[in-house]
Design a protein around this ligand. Structure first.
Ligand SMILES: [Cu+2]
Length: 358
């Protein structure tokens, strides 16, 4: 690593250059106007100083053209900052398609990383150049913040949720990885290295890393051992094609089945109940680690993405009889609460024991 003094960290990602350009613009505008104002203050103080006790300044009307100029010019410069910053922010928050997902779990006081093939590392992150990397991050305890100065990315990792961050590394090398959120006594030791390799070097590194179960396979195993499969094949929504699709909820609204939704549905199943199904799923809060939650979501994702991510409503799987209730008897099933004539669904809810009274 280059240990010479440098004003700005190295630029090692595609976002780094653009972030710096915006920063140079902000600095440039700030320095220019600070100096301009400073020079005018000194100049006017000397030029128009009071020269004798009986000197009174004449009243000078402010010219309209000057008023307009010094209102409009800063307005344009500020709006430039706003739109430039906002567009960069939006770009930073939306990972491009076909990103390679690497999972990161923060805990006191380390970063645990897992690659798509299952390979794990701690406080180190190996990535290839030129590839879109999407980090799927979670915290096991307190708020941490994943900070790679050379990539100009910093993302708070909040317990109880999944957060994502993406980047494309551009320059092979070793860079700092920090936790930039005070997270306990050994926060200052929660540091690591990001090692950017050429794609072929990355493949070689992956091949040489100790093998481990890929997340979707580990998730599939959890799906069976935690008994999810017992319900999510007949009595509850199936998982095939669920990821990324739009789901009809029992309050009439819809939601996209993304990582956050799946996580919430495991931890707090009553928060968003799929229309036509009784809210009987137990909560798995405290039973699954962050890694296991990531694995489960990876498994569901591996079952296929929804075909109707572009705003359509995924048809609910209701082809099999549920506890003796056949969908054939209720032509309006499943949109239970939207259609007034969907009485059989309500009856069925009561019979399953967990039905909520309207
Ligand atoms: Cu931390």
């Amino acid at each position: 690593m280059d240990e010479r003094f440098r004003l700005f960290p190295e630029e090692a990602s595609t976002l780094a250059r653009e972030t710096d350009h915006l920063l140079y613009y902000l600095l440039g505008v700030s320095v220019f106007f600070t100096l301009l104002i400073f020079v005018f203050v000194v100049y006017f103080a000397l030029r128009y100083r009071r020269r004798s006790d009986n000197e009174f300044p004449p009243e000078v009307p402010s010219p309209l053209s000057l008023e307009i100029t010094w209102s409009v010019v800063p307005f344009i410069l500020m709006m430039g900052m706003f739109f430039w910053g906002a567009s960069l922010y939006v770009q930073m928050k939306r990972p491009p398609a076909n990103a390679m997902q690497i999972n990161v779990v923060g805990k006191q006081w380390m970063w645990k990383v897992q690659h798509p093939n299952g390979a794990r590392e701690i406080n180190e992150l190996h990535v290839p150049t030129g590839r879109t990397i999407r980090l799927m991050m979670a915290s096991q305890d307190v708020v941490h913040s994943f900070f790679i100065p050379a990539f100009r990315i910093k993302q708070d990792v909040i317990p109880g949720s999944f957060v994502t961050q993406w980047f494309i590394a551009t320059k092979p090398g070793t860079y700092h990885l920090f936790c930039s959120q005070y997270c306990g006594t050994e926060h200052s030791k929660m540091v690591g290295r990001v090692i950017v390799l050429r794609p072929e070097e990355y493949e070689a590194w992956l091949a040489g890393a100790p093998p481990d179960e890929p997340p979707p396979i580990a998730g599939g195993r959890l799906f069976v051992t935690y008994g999810c499969v017992a319900c999510h094949s007949a009595r509850a929504p199936t998982m095939a094609g669920l990821y990324g699709s739009r789901v009809q909820l029992d309050d009439g609204s819809t939601t996209v089945a993304d990582d956050a939704y799946l996580r919430e549905s495991i931890i707090e199943p009553g928060a968003k109940v799929v229309a036509g199904y009784p809210p009987v799923m137990p909560s798995y809060r405290g039973q699954l680690s962050e890694e296991q939650l990531i694995d489960l979501v990876a498994y569901i994702k591996s079952l296929g993405a929804g075909a109707s991510t572009e705003g359509g409503v995924r048809p609910l799987p209701a082809t099999r009889p549920v506890n003796g209730f056949s969908p054939d008897r209720a032509p309006n099933y499943p949109p239970a609460r939207q259609t007034p004539g969907a009485e059989p669904v309500e009856v069925e809810r009561g019979r399953l024991g967990g039905g909520r009274e309207k």
